[in-house]
Structures are given as structure tokens and as C-alpha cells.
Design a protein around this ligand. Sequence first.
Ligand SMILES: [Zn+2]
Length: 240
Amino acid sequence: MDLKEEIRKLVELQELDCKISSLKIKKEKEKPQELETLKEKFEEEKKRVFSFEEKVKQLQVKRKEKELNLSSKEEGIRKAQAQLYQLKTNKEYQAKLTEIEALKADVSVLEEEIIKILDEIEEAEKELNKKREIVAQEEKRFKEREAQINQELKVLEIEIKGLKDKRKVLVEKVDKNILSIYERLLNTRGGIAIAPVVAENCGACHIKVTAQKINEIKMYKDIVFCENCVRILYIKEDIE
Ligand SMILES: [Zn+2]
């Protein structure tokens, strides 16, 4: 077995595994999260419109109540006025007039209140229409981004599949024992199983690699592991 050649294959495998893992993070975490955030924001806007619609509805109910109250007062005035001519004493007549005056005062207060509510409704409806327009725009933007992200997810899936196919072919060519060491490290060392020596340091954990170890690596007799993180070490220039 040519250990140097095996190391070369492992480095290639590590590159593939890094690419696969970063694409997987994009596909399974980043993109869905982006979409979820956009969706939450958009739902929030929609809720705000809904609460505004409720406000307008409440104002309409209030208006209706005032209007009913107004017509009943007006009816009261009509009745009282009709009764005026049937009253026999001056005292009764005066009392009825006072009653009519009071009703008229009520009517005028109600009319003012209704005008105020109508103004409020007009204002609220203007605001509501503005908000609806904003939400419609946001919805359009959201749908566009959603379609884009779904497209991006499809592309990512194809890319991952391509890399996995490549990996399958490469894995077949790696020595079984070496592969099992590599895969165990890959699973227990955060997806990095093999690291280059960079300026006499482990390229993964950055601890110093002794000259003795560097010599051992260059001999390609046994796999050399980092003393600290226990990843496989290699010399970049050697395998290029
Ligand atoms: Zn290390």
C-alpha cells in the first residue's frame, strides 16, 4: 500500500466532505431559516392589518349604536310634539316642552358624536388601505423570494447528489482500514478528519507539530496523528 497515495485520496475525500457538509447546512438550515424569518415577518404584518380591520369594525358598531339611539330620540321628539296639542294644563304643556328640549339637546350631542365617529372611520379606513397595500407588496416580495429559495434548494440538492456520487467512487478506491479511521474521525471531530501542517502547526487545532512528527509524516510508513486533536496530519507540498 502506498500511504502517500492514500493520504492524497483522503485529502480529496475531506474536500468533498467539507463541500457536502456546507451545502447541507445551506439546504437544511440556512435556507429554510431564511424563509421562516421572512414568513414570520410577513405574518406579523398581516396580523397588524387584521387588528386594524377590527378597529374599523368596532367604530362601525359604535356608529350604528349612536344612530339607533339618535333615531329613537327623534322618534321621542315627534311623539312628544304630537302630544303637546292634547295636553290640558299649562303645567303639563311646559313639562312636555322641557322634555322636548332635553331630547333635542341629546340629539344634537349624538349628531356631533356621530360626525366625530364618521371622521374616525374615514381616517382609519385610509390607514387600513395603506396598510393593506403594504402587505400586498410584502406578500408579492415574499412569494418571489419563496420561489427563489425553493429553486435554490433544488439546485443545492442536485449539487449534493453530484458530490455524493463523486464521494462513492472515491471511497471505493481508499484502503478499507484507512477509510474506517478517517470516517470515525470525521464523525467525532466536527467533520474534519485530516489536517495539513501549516507553519509547523496542526491546521485544525493549531498546536505545534514537532520536527520529529513532521519527519514521521514524510516517511509515509504510518499514519501520523496530531498529539492534541488526534486528526490525521499531512504535508500539503508532499501530495501536490
Ligand atoms: Zn490538531
